[in-house]
Design a protein around this ligand. Structure first.
Ligand SMILES: N[C@@H](CCC(=O)N[C@@H](CS)C(=O)NCC(=O)O)C(=O)O
Length: 260
């Protein structure tokens, strides 16, 4: 898988580049697509941000064959015509499954939809019991509509745009919302090992990278007082004890800037 990843990274550097020998590139693309579909290899287009990591975790946990393509959003790869053809919304992550419904290729964007698709495809990490299944979907939507957008805005104003905005209001507003959401998760985990009872599901895969991100990307551990959420800490450790989960978080690393 990683060999495929390195080979394709070289190609991705040429996307939208006028000087590219187009014929050779198209032949190469169609060759890798043919080989990929023969093997049922899922093409992942992503980067190791929290939204991207969710899908890496799912692919590794579900043991699906995949090929990882890094989309460097700092270099505007997400606006290349190739990627826009896969996700018209120009955001990572996205996948192309050559073996979709009816054996036909399908491309999917929005990390929550991808997680549900992969869970249905494999019959893993989305409980079959209807009550637990809907609880899983409910908490997945809670992540998609609440945790992701709110934590993301917090990180933007707290870390990345801190020199661009002197008004304290955005940090105050999003800090309050992040703490409120953390308290909701903390409560849910009080009598559950994972978010849905004792079962690791796509919802854990969706929420956990965002909690890790508060520390690793935003460096906000002390500011937010994350030690005040012991159930969350314990659950993050439990998730990270899973080798496939740890591996999945690193499959689309940020290229060093200046790297081809
Ligand atoms: N709701 C989307 C959010 C995707 C998203 O915001 N991706 C970010 C990286 S975490 C991105 O691609 N940003 C690039 C840009 O905004 O141009 C999902 O969960 O897939």
């Amino acid at each position: 898988m990683l060999a495929g990843y390195h080979r394709r990274r070289k190609i991705s550097a040429f996307w939208d580049c006028q000087a590219t020998p187009m014929q050779a590139m198209l032949e190469y693309e169609s060759y890798t697509l043919k080989i990929g579909s023969m093997m049922g290899t899922i093409e992942l287009y992503s980067l190791d941000t929290p939204n991207g990591q969710k899908i890496g975790i799912a692919l590794e946990e579900m043991k699906l064959p995949y090929s990882a393509n890094v989309i460097d959003i700092r270099q505007d790869d997400q606006f290349s015509s190739h990627f826009v053809g896969i996700n018209p919304n120009s955001k990572i992550p996205a996948i192309v499954d050559p073996d979709g419904p009816g054996g036909k290729p399908i491309s999917i964007f929005e990390s929550g939809a991808i997680l549900m698709y992969l869970a249905e495809k494999t019959g893993k990490f989305l409980p079959s019991n209807p009550t637990e299944r809907w609880q899983t979907i409910q908490w997945l939507f809670f992540q998609m509509a609440g945790v992701g957008p709110m934590f993301g805005q917090f990180g933007h104003f707290f870390r990345y745009a801190k020199d661009k905005c002197e008004d304290p209001y955005p940090v105050e507003r999003y800090t309050k919302e992040v703490l409120r959401l953390l308290a909701v998760i903390e409560k849910q985990l009080t009598d559950h090992k994972y978010i849905i009872n004792n079962e690791y599901t796509i919802t854990d895969m969706a929420v956990m990278p965002w909690v890790v991100c508060l520390d690793e990307f935003y460096e906000a551990t002390d500011f937010l007082g994350l030690e005040n959420f012991p159930q969350i800490q314990e659950w993050v450790e439990l998730c990270l004890m899973r080798e496939a989960t740890r591996n999945g978080m690193t499959i689309c690393p940020f290229p060093q800037l200046g790297e081809g």
